[in-house]
Write a protein that binds this ligand. Structure first.
Ligand SMILES: C[S@@+](CC[C@H](N)C(=O)[O-])C[C@H]1O[C@@H](n2cnc3c(N)ncnc32)[C@H](O)[C@@H]1O
Length: 243
């Protein structure tokens, strides 16, 4: 278990090459609306519910105001560096929403990963817009570092391509855009038992908690000191939910 605070593009340099079984990460989506003005808002205004005291509970986080070209280039740089840390045939799985999914698929491939597909996360809730489809899903774009062995042994993991897991209720969140531990545990099914997982944007450490729960080793990187401290406490089991 290794938790590192700083910019993942710099911090990843300290991690041994070809040592990671799975990159499972949730970058800033640079999203949050239909127009460029929406994208430029503070993350507090985009992602927190004032009803649950969102404005004062969480600090804003950075990296969430890029346009599509910048997002694609930033993710290409991160995923290229992450691939150097991946074992051969290692897995890369990255969260994204509907707005930047095309840029992320481009970034994954230009970083050298073999694009394998998309897992759908059905969150089961979203804002209703009359006369429109709901955006009640987010996505996990995934690929492998070269060819993955596909011999099926009896009892081996076969993951579902659509996962229904409720999002974390606003009033008990540790992070503005926290992902449910149960969802991360289900995604980790594809990673060898006792494998090493890296999250370059660990936020409040949900991926780390899922690794502890499922017996995987974890390397987590987070830029914000505030969220880094929360992640340390969560992963060491040293905190209870803020209500
Ligand atoms: C979408 S959030 C991750 C939330 C996390 N999945 C959770 O459940 O708490 C993205 C995180 O990436 C961090 N971040 C942004 N730019 C970064 C960078 N260059 N290096 C490392 N972390 C970064 C932000 O501070 C933010 O906490």
């Amino acid at each position: 278990m290794k938790l590192l605070q700083g910019d993942c593009l710099e911090v990843m340099e300290s991690i041994e090459d070809s040592s990671i079984d799975m990159i499972l990460t949730d970058p800033p989506y640079s999203s949050g609306g239909l127009f460029s003005g929406d994208r430029r808002k503070k993350t507090t205004d985009k992602y927190t519910d004032k009803k649950y005291n969102g404005t004062s509970r969480f600090p804003d986080f950075s990296g969430d105001n890029m346009d599509q070209r910048a997002f694609m280039e930033f993710m290409r740089m991160v995923l290229a560096k992450a691939r150097r840390k991946s074992k051969e045939a290692g897995i890369c799985a990255v969260f994204v929403d509907w707005r930047n999914i095309a840029s992320l698929i481009d970034a994954l491939q230009t970083a050298g990963w073999i694009y394998r597909g998309i897992v759908v996360w059905d969150k089961g809730n979203s804002r209703a817009v009359p006369g429109r489809f709901r955006n009640d899903c987010e996505y996990i774009v995934w690929g492998t570092n070269g060819q993955k062995k596909t011999e099926y042994e009896k009892g081996c993991f076969v993951g579902k391509g659509c996962l229904q897991v409720a999002s974390v209720p606003s009033k008990i969140k540790y992070h503005q855009t926290e992902k449910p531990v149960e969802l991360l545990e289900r995604l980790l099914g594809i990673c060898p038992l006792e494998g090493t997982v890296m999250d370059c944007f660990m936020g409040s450490g949900s991926t780390g908690v899922a690794c502890v729960n499922t017996g995987r080793d974890f390397i987590g990187i987070e830029l914000s000191e505030w969220y880094f401290e929360i992640a340390q406490k969560r992963i060491s089991g040293n905190i209870s939910r803020i209500i």
